[in-house]
Design a protein around this ligand. Structure first.
Ligand code: SAM
Ligand code: DTB
Ligand code: SF4
Length: 345
């Protein structure tokens, strides 16, 4: 194979400052590194900022399931999909707090509450605020993902004490309208800005394996790494293909039905290098990932997972499988602080 000059993947010193000026070429060059070089660099950056054996544990709960007006092509909860999922009303506060208490007892550190909304109605905010206050009072970090927020709604959640808001860019700007047509990339960016301005920490990531190209994966990591401030948490989901969703049906039986494991690890590694202080969460799709692939993701800088046997509507690895994996790999729950949160204090 010809060994010609490669474009530089940016500076390699771990002392480099946190940069929001990554060029797309630099991110592409990271993806193009030989796998062992990429992993070495990601692990070096990781160790400069994070304890390599500590993994943050987060638990998800769907507080309002199904019947969503948006047409996200991957989602079981879209009213446009034909997944047979029954739409439910917003849960009552006590049931949410009971689920949070269970998560806390199982060792979880953050409780993430998701609603299948395009955006919350102002009349929903007091109930959601009560959930935030109750979960926080248990000593859990709180995260909500409720769709688009205007500035006032973001401030109301901040006033209730919300720690994190999850709102994903999901893919590259170019691929986005192949995935969802009922909103724009710019609307996602606007909500992220409202969340930031309200002083709530940002959880933002996306999905790999939706039939996108390598260049879309480059564009996705580049979009995250060039936000005005890196997200404190970055979720990397592998598509869970769901029958009755446009993407689940489009990819079924094709070679793209499952993302290549090594390519998935490359996305994790590129995210780690481009956003050194962020917590990188190995998110949906872990249930069908081998232990070896998950171990490679941890080596590539992933340091957060969703625990428990359910995500929002689909299955997750489960506590006993995770306990066995942690024991095998010598991993422990996060004990130290999250670097970006410390930096902000
Ligand atoms: N409705 C809110 C929104 O879209 O922002 C919050 C909930 S939504 C389910 C949160 C994220 O879950 C999506 O942005 C997407 O990244 C991820 N997700 C949803 N369905 C998925 C699937 N089938 N496979 C992988 N990730 C998925
Ligand atoms: C994120 O990026 N992944 C989580 C969380 N944010 C809300 C959701 C994964 C959902 C997987 C499909 C489901 O369970 O419905
Ligand atoms: Fe609705 Fe969120 Fe699912 Fe899109 S991802 S259909 S906004 S619940």
């Amino acid at each position: 194979m010809a060994a010609g000059p490669r474009p530089s993947p940016g500076r390699s010193s771990v002392a480099e400052e946190i940069r929001m000026d990554w060029t797309r070429e630099q991110v592409r060059a990271l993806f193009d590194l030989p796998f062992t070089d990429l992993l070495h660099r990601a692990q070096t950056v990781h160790r400069a900022h994070h304890a390599p054996d500590e993994i943050q544990l987060c638990t998800l709960l769907s507080i309002k399931t199904g019947g969503c007006p948006e047409d996200c092509g991957y989602c079981s909860q879209s009213a446009h999909a034909d997944t047979g999922l029954k739409a439910e009303k917003l849960m009552d506060v006590d049931s949410v707090l009971a689920a949070a208490a269970e998560a806390k007892a199982a060792g979880s550190q953050r409780f993430c509450m998701g609603a299948a909304w395009r955006s919350p109605k102002d009349r929903d905010i007091p109930k959601v605020a009560a959930m935030i206050q109750g979960v926080k009072a248990m000593g859990l970090e709180t995260c909500m993902t409720l769709g688009m927020l205007d500035a006032g709604q973001a401030r109301a959640l901040a006033d209730a004490g919300l720690d994190y808001y999850n709102h994903n860019l999901d893919s590259s700007p170019e691929y986005y309208d192949r995935v969802v047509t009922t909103r724009t990339y710019q609307e996602r960016l606007d909500t992220l800005a409202n969340v930031r301005d309200a002083g709530v920490s940002v959880c933002c990531g996306g999905i790999v394996g939706m039939g996108e190209t390598r260049e879309d994966r480059v564009g996705f990591v580049h979009a995250l790494a060039t936000l005005p401030r890196h997200p404190e948490s970055v979720t990397v989901n592998a598509l869970v293909p769901i029958a009755g969703t446009p993407l689940g049906d489009m990819l079924a039986g094709t070679p793209m039905a499952k993302i290549d494991d090594i390519e998935f690890v490359r996305v994790v590694a590129a995210a780690r290098i481009a956003m050194p202080l962020s917590m990188v969460r190995l998110s949906a799709g872990r249930e069908s990932m081998s232990e070896a692939t998950q171990a490679l993701c941890f080596l590539a800088g992933a340091n957060s997972i969703f625990t428990g046997d359910k995500l929002l509507t689909t299955g997750n690895a489960g506590d006993s499988a995770d306990a066995a994996l942690f024991a095998k790999l010598g991993l422990v729950p996060l004990a130290g602080e999250e670097p970006m949160r410390v930096a902000a204090e």
